[in-house]
Design a protein around this ligand. Structure first.
Ligand SMILES: NC(=O)c1ccc[n+]([C@@H]2O[C@H](COP(=O)([O-])OP(=O)(O)OC[C@H]3O[C@@H](n4cnc5c(N)ncnc54)[C@H](O)[C@@H]3O)[C@@H](O)[C@H]2O)c1
Length: 376
């Protein structure tokens, strides 16, 4: 473990014990969230790269980074950085991650890992070949009540899983003028709503049930065919999905970025032969546990959570914890992996590849209007 003196916020110096010296590429929404999560774990935001040298300098100040770099090459050549966090638009994930791996850095790469499965395969193979950690922030895995749900399935508390369903709904692209780089397939990938948020839902389903999706039957719609000055939007606003798992469980999911009033409503419900569970990401302190008699609402409390979930409860009961703490938990587990441990449930590049394969099957199914197997 090295000890770095980190100069932060107008020259204030903090002694910070850290073996997590991170460089962040891309300093928008996710770059800021990652920076906070790194610092809260005692790590160092050693440097940042933004879309220009001037923006990197501004972001270095805002994100309390040690320095801003003019170019990615400078960050990758710096021995002061052990792990690179890639928080850029999706089309840059593949080239940036491959360059970071080539430079011998561990990599945290935002989802979707790549814009196609072929690139994701190369990324997963490259980290393995170099003995590096490659992690992907499927962040909802790090809610304590998700861990509790997973433990209930694993320990048999639900009985035999018989059905899974849910949705991931947002509204930030519901207006015809709403626009973002994600709308452009060249920057975000061919699948937008599914690649962006449906991938989270499927990851959470497979994480909680440990039962991979075998085949999908998807339909998609582009509700706003013109948007923000674009005349022919190619990426989808909505996906409705039927699926069957390897274990023979049937399910459905609805994914939308055009549902007014729904901000980030990820809902996952799993029915078993004995009990059901339902988790709502916008109300993450609670887990509904359904039963023929005596349904109950389990409220997050580290004193009563299972041993698998309690470590992810960072604050006592009654003090709500949420999204940012998920990232803190994720970075803590990534640091453990870099330290040689194998944290249970850390989403790796293999999981990122898996999500790319599901997105690819969804695209193919929507095009052919047929049930389509997910490549394994
Ligand atoms: N895990 C999650 O919960 C989660 C949530 C939101 C977004 N994401 C993912 O994070 C990534 C970033 O999304 P965001 O919402 O932060 O987007 P954003 O638009 O807020 O930020 C992207 C940043 O990348 C910068 N950028 C663009 N090109 C660059 C380049 N060549 N070099 C350096 N910086 C460059 C942009 O200037 C911008 O600041 C996406 O892949 C997205 O899918 C993940």
């Amino acid at each position: 473990m090295t000890v770095a003196n980190v100069t932060v916020d107008g020259g204030r110096t903090e002694g910070s014990a850290t073996s997590y010296r991170a460089g962040i590429i891309g300093t928008g929404f996710m770059g800021e969230v990652h920076a906070r999560a790194i610092r809260v774990n005692g790590g160092e935001v050693a440097g940042v790269v933004a879309s220009s040298e001037r923006r990197a300098a501004v972001a270095a100040h805002t994100l309390l980074a040690t320095r801003g770099y003019a170019a990615v090459e400078e960050l990758l050549a710096d021995d002061a950085i052990d792990v690179v966090h890639i928080c850029t638009p999706n089309y840059l994930h593949y080239p940036l991650a491959m360059a970071a791996i080539e430079a011998g850095k561990h990599v945290v790469c935002e989802k979707p890992l790549a814009t196609n499965p072929q690139d994701a395969v190369r990324m997963a193979e490259a980290v393995t070949a170099r003995g590096l950690v490659g992690a992907v922030p499927f962040i909802y895995r790090f809610h304590p009540m998700v861990r509790e749900a997973r433990e209930m399935v694993r320990s048999g508390g639900l009985g035999r899983v018989v059905l899974a369903h849910g949705s991931y709904l947002q509204d930030w692209l519901s207006g015809a003028q709403d626009d973002n780089w994600r709308v452009d397939a060249r920057l975000g990938g061919a699948s937008r709503a599914f690649g962006d948020i449906g991938s989270h839902w499927c990851d959470l389903l497979e994480f909680v049930t440990a039962d991979p999706i075998r085949a999908v039957n998807a339909r998609s719609a582009t509700v706003n065919a013109e948007r923000g000055g674009r005349s022919a939007v190619e990426t989808e606003d909505v996906v409705v999905l039927q699926f069957e798992t390897e274990g023979g469980v049937l399910g459905t999911a609805t994914v939308s970025q055009v549902s007014p009033g729904r901000k980030n409503r990820l809902l996952l419900e799993v029915s078993g032969s004995e009990a059901s569970i339902s988790f709502d990401q916008e109300d993450p302190e609670k887990l509904w546990v359904g039963a023929r008699q005596g349904s109950r609402l389990l409220v997050r409390d580290p004193d009563v959570l299972s041993a698998a979930a309690a470590p992810y409860a960072g604050v006592p009961a009654g003090h709500p914890q949420g999204y940012q703490e998920c990232f803190a938990n994720f970075v803590a587990d990534t640091a453990r992996a870099i330290g040689g441990q194998t944290p249970d449930g850390l989403p790796t590049f293999a999981d990122g590849l898996r999500a790319c394969r599901i997105a690819d099957a969804v695209l193919r199914s929507a095009e052919t209007q047929a049930w389509t197997e997910v490549e394994s």
